[in-house]
Design a protein around this ligand. Structure first.
Ligand code: FEO
Length: 149
C-alpha cells in the first residue's frame, strides 16, 4: 500500500493518544514520552495533509533527534539507579536509532518515501517500547523506592 492509500483514510487509527498507562511516573520522562508522541503525530499530520518533502524531512528529523535526546535521558536514570537491565535496554535503543537513522538517510537521499509501513513501524515501536520495556525500569525504580507511585 502506498502513500496515496494511506492518505485516503487511516490517519485517525494511527494518531497516538496519551493515556496514563504509558506513565513511568518520572515527570521528566513522561514529558519526553508525550513529546515523542506529539512529534510522531506531527509527522503523521504532515503526511496526511500531503505536505512536501521539506516539511516531512523536518518532522522526521525533529522526531529522530528527540528520540536520541530521550534515550540519553532515560539511560542516565538507569545508570544513576543501577538498573540491572541497563545494557539490554540500551541495546534496544541503539537498534531503533540505527533503523531510524537509516530510514532518515534513505529519505534524505530520496531513495525511499514515507509509507504506511514506516508509520506503522514508528507507531508500534513507540507504543510497545513505552508500554512494555520502559515499564520494566519504572517497576524496578518503584520497588527500590526511587519513585513514589
Ligand atoms: Fe522511553 Fe526506553 O524509551
Amino acid at each position: 500500500m502506498g502513500i496515496f492509500d494511506f492518505l485516503k483514510g487511516k490517519k485517525k487509527d494511527k494518531i497516538l493518544q496519551w493515556h496514563d498507562k504509558y506513565k513511568v511516573n518520572i515527570i521528566e520522562i513522561d514529558a519526553q514520552h508525550k513529546k515523542l508522541f506529539a512529534l510522531y503525530n506531527e509527522l503523521l499530520n504532515a503526511m496526511y495533509k500531503g505536505e512536501g518533502y521539506d516539511v516531512l524531512e523536518k518532522c522526521l528529523d525533529e522526531l529522530i533527534r528527540y528520540i536520541g535526546t530521550h534515550f540519553l535521558t532515560e539511560e542516565n536514570y538507569m545508570l544513576k539507579f543501577n538498573y540491572p537491565a541497563y545494557e539490554e535496554h540500551k541495546k534496544l535503543h541503539f537498534e531503533l536509532i540505527k533503523t531510524t537513522l537509516n530510514l532518515h538517510k534513505e529519505f534524505r537521499e530520496r531513495k525511499t518515501v514515507l509509507t504506511e509501513e514506516v508509520v506503522d513501524f514508528l507507531n508500534d515501536w513507540l507504543t510497545n517500547h513505552v508500554l512494555q520495556v520502559d515499564q520494566q525500569y519504572a517497576s524496578f525504580f518503584k520497588k527500590r523506592g526511587y519513585i513514589n507511585s
